[in-house]
Design a protein around this ligand. Sequence first.
Ligand code: NAD
Ligand code: MN
Length: 479
Amino acid sequence: MSEVPQGPFVDGEFVSARVHEPRPMINPASEEAWTSMSNASTELVEASVQSASRAFERSWRGLAPGKRSRILFEIANAIRKHAARLARLESRNIGKPIADARDEIALGATVFEYYAGAIDKFCGETIPVGRGGLDFTVHEPLGVVAAITPWNFPFPIACWKVAPALAAGNCVVLKPATLSPLTALVLGQLAVEAGLPPGVLQVLPGEGGTVGAMLAHHPSIRKISFTGSTEIGRRMMAAAAVDLKRISLELGGKSPNIVFADANLERAADESPMSVFANAGQDCCARSRVFVERSVFDDFVERFVSAAEALRMGDPLDPQTQIGPLVSSAQREAVLAYVEKAQSDGRKVLKMAQALPEKGFYVSPTIVVEPAISDPCWLEEIFGPVVCIRPFDEEGEMLAEVNRTSYGLSGSVWTQDIGRAIRISRRVEAGVLSINSHSSVHVQAPFGGFKQSGIGRDLGMHALHGYTETKNIYVGETE
Ligand code: NAD
Ligand code: MN
C-alpha cells in the first residue's frame, strides 16, 4: 500500500483518472511541500455518488446486521493496526502534535467499535395502538449520506460521521477538508481491506466550493452531515432546503470557562490553558472566554500564566510537544490580526514566553486580560491560541454575558458547590457542559451545539437516530 495517498478513493481503489492537476501539500511545521494531492473532478463526484447509490441497493442496505457489525469491528482493528502510520500522516499534514494525533486515531477506532456494537442494540418499538392489531417501528437507513469535515480534527470527525452512518445501513461520500484529506483517504482504503464492499464509502478530496457544494446540492444525497464554520453551515442549510435533505451541522464556538472563587483553583488554572491552547487553539470547543470571580481573579490569572508558560511548543513529531503550528499561513494571519487589534485597542496582551521556531506557522499562546465586552477577541471565534479572561461579580450578570453570543457549543464550570455547579450548567446555552473538567467529547454521549453552533448531535446513540428515518408499520388484526 502506498504510504501517502495522492488522490480520491472510489469504488475500492485509489483513482488517478477524472482528477485535477496535483497540488502541493505544505507541512505547516516546515513550510515545505512534502507531497501532492489531486482533487476529484465533477465527473468523478457524479460517478462516485451514482455508484454509492448502487452499492446501497445491492450490497449494504440488505446486509444482515451481524455482518455489518463484523465489518465495522474489522475496520476498527485495521485502524488500530495502522495507528502509527495514520498518526504520522495527520501530524505532517496539519502540524498536529504526534501525541494528540495518536490519541485521535485511537478515538476513531473506538468510535467504530462503539457503533459496531450498537448495531444489534438499536431497537424499534412495539406500540399498543387504539385499534388493536400490531404496531411497530423500524429504523430505515436514509440512502447515500454526504459527510463534509473540517481540518482541525480530520480523522476522528470523519469516523464519528462515517461509523454511525454505515452502522445504520447508509452509504457515505466523505469530503475531507481541502487542507487535510490524507487520513480520511487511508480510512477509505482500510475499510475496504477490512471487508467493506467497494462503493459503500467513497472519499473525495476537493475544494468546498466545488466538490462540497456539488454533494450538498446532489439530488441523490439524502443527508448532509457537516462539521465546519457557521458561515458554511448556513450555506449547507440553504442547499438542504431545496429538496429537504436531512442535515446535521456541527459549527463554530466561543465557549465559556467559568471559575468561581470556591473552585479548586490550582486544578482549574493548571487545566485551563490546554482547554484553549490544545491543537494550537484550533478547536471548536476551545474555552476561549474565561469568566473568573473577582476575588480570585489576580490569583487565577497568575496561575494560568505560569501553567501556560510551561506548555511545550515545537516540532509536532516530537512526542513531548503540546502545541504545534497552525494549519496554514492564512490561519496564522487571521489569528494574529485579532492579537494586533487587541494591542492597538490598548488591551493588556500577554504573550507566553515559548521561543517561536524559525520555520512553521506558529503563534505564541496569548492571553488578553480584561478585554472590553465589545472587543472582537471577546466575541468572535478566533481558532488560534488566544484566550480572553475577564472578572465577574454577580452570577446573573455573568450568565447574561456568557449567553450573549450567537454560539452555544461547550463550556466549563469550576466550583465546589454542587448546587451552583448544576444551576449554572443548566442555564448556560450550550450543548456540551463539563463541571470541574474540560472534557467535551465522549464517544458514548451526544455532542453538538445550541443556537448557531449547530443542529443535531454526533456520537452516542443520538447519532444513529440522525442517520435513519423512523418507519411505523401497522398490521391489522387477524381475527
Ligand atoms: P469550513 O467551514 O471552512 O470548511 C468545512 C468543510 O466544508 C471543508 O471540508 C470545506 O472544504 C467545506 N466547504 C467549504 N465551503 C463549502 C461550500 N460552499 N459547500 C460545501 N462545502 C464547503 O471550516 P474549516 O475552516 O475547515 O474548520 C474550521 C471551523 O470548523 C471552525 O469554525 C470550527 O469551529 C468548526 N468546527 C466545528 C466542530 C464541531 O464539532 N462543532 C468541530 C471542528 C471544527
Ligand atoms: Mn475555513
